[in-house]
Write a protein that binds this ligand. Structure first.
Ligand code: MGD
Ligand code: MGD
Ligand code: SF4
Ligand code: MO
Length: 684
């Protein structure tokens, strides 16, 4: 053994989690074991700092419950009883089962994956090739951001916006539907810098988050009323002449129509709908209309309601009205993902489908779809489900239905995982997957504009294999002989961006910054069909939709005397990332237990004491958790912080027992925050 093997090594990587910050990691390896994961100080966006979750990464990687070998179900579906099995036996059996189903109709096979890792290689590369070659059903990956994404595309022409680093120079920052301290920490550092330079910070959020606590102003509107607020702001901009008419004339489309609509939204009317003081709306408009370097940090929290797409469209009109886009520290950022020149066809090879055009299943309605029989409209019943990078039993809406679907004895389910999640418990086979410390990958970001490379720091733990390797092995057994199935992970990292990014630079530095203009829309240049910021969208009108943004009330609106009088939102708990990390003891200790934040008035009306175990329920189900009475909840709204593992909850459910499978106005996305409930004390 050479000395270098014994000395600590530092390996450059990237955080794989579904977080806008996409941090650059430095992993210290001693004797083949990762001993520490830190933020890379050389990467400006990371600035040497990681969130609490990922700074404890080794605890997750070497967790005593990490899956070490393939497992095969022995007990009843969902009983969680498995026995170890060899990789050969597992893969042979899985391939045989898939072949038999595909011989009848390959569309009866469905992949189910999301952003457990954001890596382009360990998500949709070999896996996508595999399902394309098979001709499996396609998955519509809508569970997070597709309403807002679609709204941006319709309005600005792409998923792009203000560069995050320039928020530090802004004079007004509106943090809209985002708990930055909890889920966008590195942006918050920039907002703090701006604050020190005299910027005003405004937070628009039904919940009084830790971010709201630290902003100058908090507008605690009712969930799902953001479009009304944005339209009233426009009303004030018009009435007071706070418009950049030159910008509007040159670079926007549909102003007359939008103007007419906005004039219907007096601040008084919006105040009524939003449940906020009218003066707050006037002040927001005054600030927005009279500050030159004004920027909005929008996040996905506000598009998880029926009118989420329209709300994002309405908010996305605001920077054009005042010409905020002219300055690099002005405008709006929801996502930067559209900047990345990802070579998706090369990675995912949709051409392997040939002439076949499989149906598409929306991941949001997996509960209903697993329970659907074959029909001419639907196609074949779903007979096999291959889950990777996702925990649908915990994260998909209306879990009662999801669990019922996964429990079908005639469904063949394979789950690639690190842990025995709620979903893995429902599997026929569980296959142990590597973590980010154990594999190659390459990343984009939806919060900044750097590409990051992730090198493996340690050997796979136990018998775990990379997602890519598992799909390669299955492809071999299925007889898929296209050479694309043999491509190595390192080569896939190169394929991901082709010649668009200097791979050598990634190998030496670990990251590379894309060439993106400082102020992307300073002189128009929107990539909409008209080349303008489209207040009015002909494309939407052609689909029979409203071409202008409007306020669409929630599906579930509390009515006097209604059975379910409380609106429930379920935003992330700070120390979990969706359902990831719930099983990491040190992080779960911080979150303590599943909680429902309630306003003391709402609690008093129901005889609920702080810390009491409560029943949260509606027609879809019942969830038990602890009531936490504080001012973080506004009257009439309760906050069920997510997303606990069902089996670690108080009654074996989580907040998604209550959410519905309705879809948003645009983007076919879930409406997690459009949900009425009632709360009562628990008898026992
Ligand atoms: N710590 C942590 N970080 C995360 C995540 C996590 O689970 N934990 N999740 C990651 C993921 S998957 C994503 S998509 C991103 C973004 O994830 P988001 O879901 O956008 O998360 P937040 O930034 O918490 O923003 C949600 C905020 O929107 C508020 N909100 C709810 N309804 C409304 C509404 O109708 N209007 C307005 N204005 N606000 C509303 C909530 O109270 C909450 O504070 O964050 C990522 N980062
Ligand atoms: N009520 C409510 N529900 C929500 C939300 C909410 O705010 N409220 N947020 C929604 C949002 S924004 C999102 S994005 C979704 C998130 O839903 P998911 O994308 O399902 O996210 P996670 O719950 O983090 O589960 C990811 C799983 O992938 C696994 N994983 C990670 N890396 C790898 C890998 O390399 N290989 C394999 N095989 N597995 C891996 C992890 O162990 C983890 O169990 O949840 C949604 N659900
Ligand atoms: S979860 Fe987000 S903040 Fe935490 S290390 Fe990863 S990218 Fe950075
Ligand atoms: Mo998400």
């Amino acid at each position: 053994m050479t000395d270098s093997l014994l000395l600590p090594q530092t390996v450059r990587g990237a955080c794989p989690h579904d977080c806008p910050d996409t941090c650059a990691l430095l992993t210290t390896v001693e004797n083949g074991r990762a001993t520490q994961v830190q933020g890379n100080p050389a990467h400006a966006q990371t600035d040497g700092v990681l969130c609490t979750k990922v700074s404890r990464y080794t605890e997750r990687t070497y967790h005593p419950e990490r899956l070490m070998q393939p497992l095969k179900r022995v007990g009843l579906k969902g009983s969680g009883q498995f026995e170890p099995v060899s990789w050969e036996a597992a893969l042979d059996d899985i391939a045989a089962r898939l072949k038999a189903i595909a011989a009848r109709d390959p569309q009866a096979v469905l992949p189910y994956s999301y952003a457990g890792t954001m890596g382009l290689v360990q998500s949709e590369s070999i896996a996508a090739r595999f399902f394309h070659q098979l001709g499996a059903s396609l998955l519509d990956r809508t569970i997070c951001s597709s309403a807002g994404g679609e709204a941006l595309v319709q309005t600005l022409g792409g998923k792009v916006g203000t560069k995050v680093e320039f928020f530090a120079e802004s004079k007004l920052i509106v943090i809209w539907g985002s708990n930055s301290i909890g889920s966008n920490l590195h942006f918050w550092r920039l907002a703090q810098e701006a604050k020190r330079q005299g910027a005003k910070l405004v937070c628009i959020d039904p919940r009084k988050t830790e971010t709201a606590d630290k902003c100058h102003e908090h507008i605690a509107l009712r969930p799902g009323t953001d479009a009304a607020l944005a339209l009233a702001v426009m009303h004030e901009l018009i009435v007071h002449g706070w418009l950049d008419q030159d910008y509007i004339d040159r670079y926007t489309l549909g102003w007359d129509a939008l103007r007419a609509r906005a004039l219907q939204w007096t601040p008084e009317r919006a105040a009524e709908v939003c449940g906020v003081p009218v003066e707050q709306i006037r002040q927001l408009a005054r600030d927005w209309g009279t500050t030159q370097r004004a920027a909005i940090r929008l996040n996905y929290g506000m598009q998880r309601v029926r009118g989420g797409g329209n709300a994002v469209r309405a908010v996305a009109c605001l920077p054009a009205l005042t010409g905020a886009w002219r300055h690099r520290a002005g405008g709006l950022l929801l996502t930067s993902s559209g900047h990345f020149p990802i070579q998706r066809s090369a990675l995912q090879r949709p051409d392997l489908l040939g002439e076949r055009r499989p149906r598409t299943i929306n991941m949001t309605t997996i509960g209903n779809d697993l329970l659907r029989p074959a029909s001419p409209a639907f196609g074949p019943q779903i007979e096999a489900l291959i889950v990777y990078n996702s925990n649908p039993v915990a994260v998909a809406p209306e879990s009662g239905k999801v669990v019922q679907g996964f429990a079908r004895e005639d469904l063949f389910t394979v789950v690639l995982e690190h842990f025995k999640t709620d979903t893995a418990d429902m599997a026929d086979y569980i296959l142990p997957a590597t973590t980010q410390l154990e594999h190659w990958d390459i990343h984009m970001s939806y919060g900044h504009t750097d590409v990051l490379l992730n090198r493996p720091a340690i050997a796979p733990v136990g018998q775990s294999r990379t997602n890519t390797d598992i799909f390669r092995a299955l492809a071999l057994r299925m007889g898929f002989d296209d050479p694309c199935f043999a491509e190595s992970d390192e080569s896939l990292c190169r394929t991901a961006y082709g010649n668009e990014v200097q791979f050598e630079q990634l190998l030496t530095h670990g990251f590379a910054t894309l060439a993106v203009p400082d102020a992307p829309f300073a002189q128009g240049g929107f990539s909409t069909p008209s080349g303008r910021c489209e207040f009015f969208s002909q494309r939407l009108a052609d689909q029979g939709l409203d071409g202008l943004p409007d306020h669409l009330p929630n599906y579930e609106l509390a009515a006097p005397g209604g059975r379910y009088p409380l609106a429930m939102i379920s935003p992330p708990a700070r120390n979990f990332l969706n359902s990831t990390f719930v099983n990491v003891q040190s992080l779960r200790d911080i979150e303590a237990e599943p909680v429902l934040e309630m306003h003391p008035e709402d609690a008093a009306a129901r005889g609920i004491a702080d810390g009491a175990v409560v029943r949260v329920f509606n027609d879809r189900g019942t969830y038990h958790c602890k009531a936490r009475l504080n001012q973080r909840a506004r009257p009439g709204v309760v906050n069920g912080l997510g997303i606990w593992w069902r089996k670690l909850g108080l009654n074996g459910t989580n907040v998604n027992e209550l959410t519905s499978q309705h879809l948003t106005d645009l983007g076919r996305a879930p409406v997690f925050y459009d949900c009425l409930v009632e709360v009562a004390t628990c008898p026992n």
